[in-house]
Design a protein around this ligand. Structure first.
Ligand code: FE2
Length: 369
């Protein structure tokens, strides 16, 4: 066990306990009066905690530290290892920029996170690495998956729960005669995140390549957190404007009408980048307050120009059997124009999954690998 930062072996367990607010320790008490022994869920309310709590006595024996609280005399016993773990745990849920490895095209080019489907299925360590790459880099590619339709759902279910939407469990990305979405044409598509018109937005997207025997149709990726961090460094007021201005995104067809109002750059309560939503196709500028329109568009242009910088954009070609897994509130994806030919078509199938399912699968894998 590695002591938490700021806690050395000579500090002693009593110092460790007393360095924590009594209310925090009491609220984590694992006794059967405070927590359900089976689920670990709390049986108490914050109103059950005395407002003038303090630590009265601390005793350590055989790996357990026993704390007696004043004024009510409640006794809590904590495993010492558990206490140290709590102190060493990074803040938050791993979703903000604080826990990400940001990248540029050059940084990612030499270490594209790729794994073979067979190895992924057989080895827990490979699965763990792939899911960690999605969490920390926002992207991973599985290669040599079966090129049969609906395989994308099988891949998604290895780590999460498929989010069914008005598009169904999965969606096809291919040129269609009467497309209800520009993704289903041969037009170039600029870097974007998917479905910003939903709340909650799907936090992960899978794109599985079934065929790609055509010219064009190259895929591009940009780390939206890196682009947002560059905007913050180069033009803090534009960054702040994009983080504070609600933008309406909408999409509709004959059977669905979807709307969500969120900023382009989402921050967590500590001001750290947590989400990027950018999709010019579905942005509805009419919702912007009149007084900020000009400033907003200047900031939006700056951000889009940063995203367009070649040094930020990784370009590659998806081959049949490749499955791209993307953090859809961080990594923007794009494609170049293409046209199907007599000899081949470009056909991808995609689906949406949520990051919480991936995080749960990863946490369970970490217990055994
Ligand atoms: Fe897309």
């Amino acid at each position: 066990m590695v002591p938490a930062p700021g806690v050395s072996a000579v500090d002693g367990v009593e110092h460790l306990v007393r360095s924590h607010p009594a209310v925090w320790l009491r609220d984590t008490c694992p006794c059967e009066r405070c927590r359900d022994p089976r689920s670990g869920q709390k049986l108490t309310s914050v109103l059950d905690l005395p407002v003038d709590l303090s630590v009265e006595t601390v005793e350590e024996s055989e790996g357990l530290v026993t704390v007696r609280f004043a004024p009510d005399g409640h006794v809590a016993a904590f495993p010492v290892t558990w206490l140290l773990e709590q102190l060493g745990r990074p803040d938050g849920d791993g979703r903000s920029e604080a826990d990400k490895r940001r990248w540029t095209a050059g940084a990612l080019a030499g270490c594209m996170p790729v794994a073979d489907w067979d190895g992924y299925r057989r080895e827990a360590t490979v699965r763990r690495r792939v899911l960690e790459d999605v969490l920390h880099l926002g992207v991973a590619i599985l290669r040599r998956t079966p090129t049969t339709e609906r395989t994308v759902l099988d891949i998604a279910r290895t780590f999460g729960y498929v989010r069914e939407t008005n598009y169904g469990q999965l969606f096809d990305v291919r040129a269609e005669v009467e497309a209800n979405n520009l993704a289903c044409t041969g037009l170039a598509i600029a870097p974007h995140t998917d479905n910003p018109y939903r709340d909650p937005v799907p936090t992960l997207q899978l794109l599985h390549c079934l065929s790609n025997a055509i010219d064009g149709g190259e895929s591009g990726l940009v780390d939206g957190f890196e682009a947002a961090a560059l905007l913050r460094a180069e033009d803090p007021s534009s960054f702040q404007l994009l983080a504070e201005t609600p933008v309406l995104f909408a999409w509709s067809d004959a059977r669905a009408a979807l709307r969500a109002e969120r900023p382009i750059i989402g921050l967590d309560p500590l001001g750290r980048i947590r989400e990027v939503r950018l999709n010019h196709r579905s942005m509805q500028p009419g919702s912007l307050p009149a007084g900020v329109v000009a400033e907003f568009y200047a900031a939006y242009r700056k951000f889009t120009r940063i995203i367009s910088r070649p040094e930020l954009q990784v370009t590659f070609r998806l081959e049949p059997g490749d499955c791209l897994i993307l953090d859809n509130v961080r990594v923007l994806h794009s494609r170049t124009a293409f046209s199907d030919s007599a000899t081949g078509r470009r056909h991808l199938q995609g689906c949406y999954v949520d990051m919480d399912g991936l995080l749960s699968t990863l946490a369970i894998l970490c217990r055994s690998t």
